[in-house]
Design a protein around this ligand. Sequence first.
Ligand SMILES: NC(=O)c1ccc[n+]([C@@H]2O[C@H](COP(=O)([O-])OP(=O)(O)OC[C@H]3O[C@@H](n4cnc5c(N)ncnc54)[C@H](O)[C@@H]3O)[C@@H](O)[C@H]2O)c1
Length: 271
Amino acid sequence: MPYKILEGKKGVIFGALDEHSIAWKSAEEISEAGGQFVLTNAPVAFRMGTIEKLGKSTNSLIIPADATSMEDLQNLIDKTLNHFDSKLDFILHSIGMSVNVRKGKEYKNLNYDWMTKGWDISAVSFHKLMQTLYNKNAMNPWSSIIALTYIASQRTFPNYNDMADNKAYLESIARSFGYFFGKEKKVRVNTISQSPTITTAGKGIKGFNGFINYAEKMSPLGNASAEDCAKYIVTMFSDYTKKVTLQNLFHDGGFSNVGVSQDIIDLFDEA
Ligand SMILES: NC(=O)c1ccc[n+]([C@@H]2O[C@H](COP(=O)([O-])OP(=O)(O)OC[C@H]3O[C@@H](n4cnc5c(N)ncnc54)[C@H](O)[C@@H]3O)[C@@H](O)[C@H]2O)c1
């Protein structure tokens, strides 16, 4: 029986597309821990995904919103505040998309309209969301806002393409907005840098299988799964992490601090 460490807490979860999504697993874990939430995703995702199923199983209201649209975000937050008749305790931004990745454009030959679109969805949407929450005074003191990121923001991974730049921007927004949210409203803002994970967004990266196997062999604890990530998010939304803010938190089985592992050395020795 899981601990009900989110009992009485209310929030919004962005980005549950299907049962592989990190946001989907997070919704299930948050619900198990006693949290209540509104689920949201881009209107187009309702055609591609299965979010209604998750809405039913977690007894959650679903409100479509394109996270790049200020109008949609304002509507979402107004309706959510109304629905709960209270301010919010947690927000999960689990959104990422690169049109260049999706259409197979290499980093050396980017389409800049697509780059701008992907940047807006993957990074600027986090600012738009926080600005909406801030101006509506929607967050309770000691509430927690999390966005998901990947280590390609800080180290080079050739096939991560323009998503690397989007993630660097996203992590910076977390620190910059997190300062004001902390100082003025006692709200914490962090990013979680997750292991490669088999999801719709993850599988879009060229050579993803090689990528994930390499990370598995490099990480002393092995890759963190979507379920592991969901559990970590529960702790970050709980009162046990009240003074953690402005951090990029690596949730990657140790990958980020390993130069080379013995497993990888052995592979080359054998060769
Ligand atoms: N899968 C990985 O390997 C991995 C690793 C580290 C970090 N992440 C990050 O985790 C987050 C969740 O991705 P995932 O792996 O669960 O994949 P996913 O494809 O299941 O989730 C991505 C979500 O973004 C949503 N989205 C796209 N455009 C949107 C828009 N305009 N408005 C609102 N929502 C929009 C999609 O509908 C989808 O639900 C992303 O930020 C991703 O970059 C993923």
